[in-house]
Design a protein around this ligand. Structure first.
Ligand SMILES: O=C(O)[C@H](O)[C@@H](O)[C@H](O)[C@H](O)COP(=O)(O)O
Length: 259
């Protein structure tokens, strides 16, 4: 049994859609192409593009290249809505804020209306109130009732060297059945408490991009891709039921140990 009593198919049946690129620059370039093509597809077919962004250094370079991309600049940003996968519980202007990272690298450089930027609120006195407030933001933006789950057109994820994704951290995340769209993660050892989208929301996305760069990820990526799924030890395994919707952009350093 795997976390939450869910019996999952063995990964042997899955061959993730992995694109190995030469380095972080090429990874960022491919991420730009994926963002623009997914946005064009959503805007043409549904008139709106809902995208959720992660924090971290890997997406940061992609955001900077996106801001510099004529194709991205030409997108109809008035119909693009940006959200966050997770957020450290710090003020929006904190250097540790995932919102600030995306705002500085991308959002201040494209013509996106302020109302289309749906950051995770971190000004509430109580972090749980903030998480509920973000759920209300999501439900209102997607026009959902209390049972609805937002279907993002694209979710941009990273993977930590410990196998985490979003703020679903190893050995403290149990993929229990939940109707919550966002949850609070209380982090020990002095790291910052966080708010994160839950695994049902990640799995509901139409498309997900996992950006993995650097030698420090190589051994973990090998274990993630070759071992039996274990969502508690490697939370990124929550994507295994939906791998067909996932595109992995991995640089050569991070892919070095993949058999
Ligand atoms: O808030 C966060 O820290 C991110 O959302 C986190 O999930 C990130 O994606 C991974 O830690 C990978 O980060 P790097 O790309 O910097 O290695």
């Amino acid at each position: 049994m795997i976390g939450g009593g869910q019996v999952m198919e063995a990964t042997a049946k899955y061959r993730p859609n992995i694109e190995v690129v030469s380095d972080a620059e090429e990874l960022a370039s491919r991420a730009v192409h994926l963002f623009v093509s997914t946005a064009r597809e959503a805007l043409e077919s549904r008139g709106t593009f809902h995208v959720a962004l992660s924090g971290g250094q890997t997406p940061k370079l992609a955001f900077e290249r996106l801001a510099a991309s004529p194709a991205a600049q030409a997108l109809h940003w008035q119909h693009i809505h940006v959200y966050w996968v997770d957020e450290r519980y710090v003020p929006a202007d904190s250097p540790q804020s995932n919102y600030r990272l995306a705002a500085e690298a991308l959002l201040k450089k494209v013509p996106i209306p302020p109302d289309n930027i749906h950051r995770i609120p971190t000004e509430h006195e109580d972090i749980c109130t903030a998480a509920r407030s973000y759920e209300t933001i999501l439900r209102n933006a997607f026009g959902l009732d209390e049972d609805g789950v937002p279907e993002f057109d694209l979710i941009v994820l990273g993977m930590g060297a410990d196998g985490h994704t979003a703020s679903l951290l190893p050995n403290c995340f149990a993929p229990f059945d939940t109707d919550d769209l966002a949850c609070v993660v209380y982090v020990m050892d002095g790291r910052l408490n966080r708010i994160t989208l839950t695994h049902p929301v990640l799995r509901a996305a139409k498309r997900l991009a996992v950006l993995v760069s650097g030698t420090e990820k190589a051994e973990t990526l090998r274990k993630v891709l070759t071992g039996e799924p274990d969502e508690v030890r490697y939370p990124i395994h929550i994507l295994w039921p939906v791998l067909g919707k996932v595109i992995w952009l991995v640089d050569r350093d991070a892919a070095a140990a993949i058999p």
